[in-house]
Design a protein around this ligand. Structure first.
Ligand code: IMP
Ligand code: ZN
Length: 345
């Protein structure tokens, strides 16, 4: 996967010994979206097959070409909304069981089977989609078949619930997730994701309660933008997630709940910088958690549009400011350990 921007700058500033150190420490990737982590070569292959086929189109070919072009060069994101515009084209290319199987295999290969494994353990997350050639259950089974080719000590699946889903669809996704888990399939948890301003979070209460009753871990993208109100954040926290994605704009009341309940924060440094929800590394909320020794986990979010890797995200911890946070090797090793402790079982 090509790396650029702040991730590349941090990685390039390290010595070979520091890079070896980062490669060697045990660490978990707990926040990686399947369709945001597809190696660009696979997506280009899928795009050329799609454009030369006569299959039904969900979006114009020009939109697919434009998005693949942007993803190839590295999209310029002015704001977080620009990021969500990239997904309709990716979804057009991953809407059959065959394509989904190929991208899942490629993403797992990218994390585990390159020159060195990017992580010790990966929780891959994805949103079950119903398309003209598969329903939501088939979607999850296709992904699980690939995930389960690796050992349970290496990887498992988190089912993402999109804020744009109706309560009925969300309930259906949770019902499938719980049923597959009860049959021994490797579904570990649920996530709340999608356009941070969409949906009414009060309608999601039932879905998260059922997920917990079914033994699933719960993580949520929360307080990702300034448009997320304190009331909404407190409502989501009342569903007792074990982990939180981003958690960028928490007020004092929310922070005290997060600290008290020791909810692990999934930190995605490059994602936050490129989506401009955090202005600089210096201003990043990771600092307050480091100061209070609160559980965090360093994650990539979406390696494709953000042109990063887990190693490069760890490089942002170790690199000297302003390229990185200038943490010591002991601190970075400890962060890796914390990420492994926060995995869902
Ligand atoms: P998928 O769930 O495998 O289809 O991965 C892509 C989806 O993840 C996108 O359509 C978004 O809904 C979601 N996603 C990826 N990154 C973010 C994020 O930073 N915030 C909220 N949702 C995200
Ligand atoms: Zn995310």
């Amino acid at each position: 996967m090509p790396i650029s921007g702040p991730a590349l700058a941090a990685l390039s500033s390290l010595t070979p010994a520091q890079i070896s150190f980062l490669q060697s420490i045990p660490k978990a990737e707990l926040h990686a979206h399947l369709n945001g982590s597809i190696p660009i070569q696979i997506l280009q292959e899928l795009a050329s097959e799609y454009l030369s086929s006569t299959s039904a189109r969900s979006i114009p070919d020009s939109a697919v070409q434009e998005s693949i072009q942007l993803l190839t060069t590295g999209p310029a994101l002015d704001k977080i909304d620009d990021f969500f515009l990239l997904f309709p084209a990716i979804y057009a290319l991953t809407s059959t069981p065959d394509a989904l199987q190929r991208v899942t295999r490629a993403v797992l290969h990218d994390f585990f089977d390159g020159d060195y494994p990017q992580c010790t353990y990966l929780e891959l997350r994805t949103t079950p989609r119903s398309t003209s050639s598969m329903d939501r259950e088939q979607y999850l089974l296709t992904v699980l078949d690939e995930v389960e080719k690796y050992s349970p000590e290496q990887t498992g699946l988190v089912v993402s619930l999109d804020r744009r889903m109706s309560a009925e669809v969300m309930d259906e996704c949770v019902e499938i997730a719980v049923r597959l888990r009860s049959r021994g399939r490797r579904v570990l948890g649920v996530d709340l994701c999608g356009d941070p301003t969409a949906g009414n979070v009060q309608a999601f209460e039932d879905a998260f309660r059922r997920a917990k009753e079914g033994g699933l871990g719960v993580t949520m993208h929360i307080a990702e933008t300034t448009n997320n109100t304190p009331e909404e954040t407190l409502q989501l926290l009342s569903y007792c997630p074990e982990r939180l994605g981003h958690a960028t704009f928490l007020n004092d009341e929310a922070i005290s709940i997060v600290l008290e309940k020791k909810m692990c924060i999934e930190i995605c440094l490059t994602s936050n910088l490129l989506c401009k929800t955090v202005p600089t590394l210096e201003a990043h909320h990771i600092k307050q958690y480091l100061n209070s020794n609160h559980p965090i986990s360093i994650c990539t979010d979406d390696t494709l549009p953000f042109r990063t890797s887990l190693l490069a995200e760890y490089a942002l911890l170790l690199a000297i400011p302003p390229l990185g946070l200038g943490l010591s090797e002991d601190q970075v090793r400890r962060i890796g350990e914390m990420s492994l402790q926060a995995r869902f079982r």
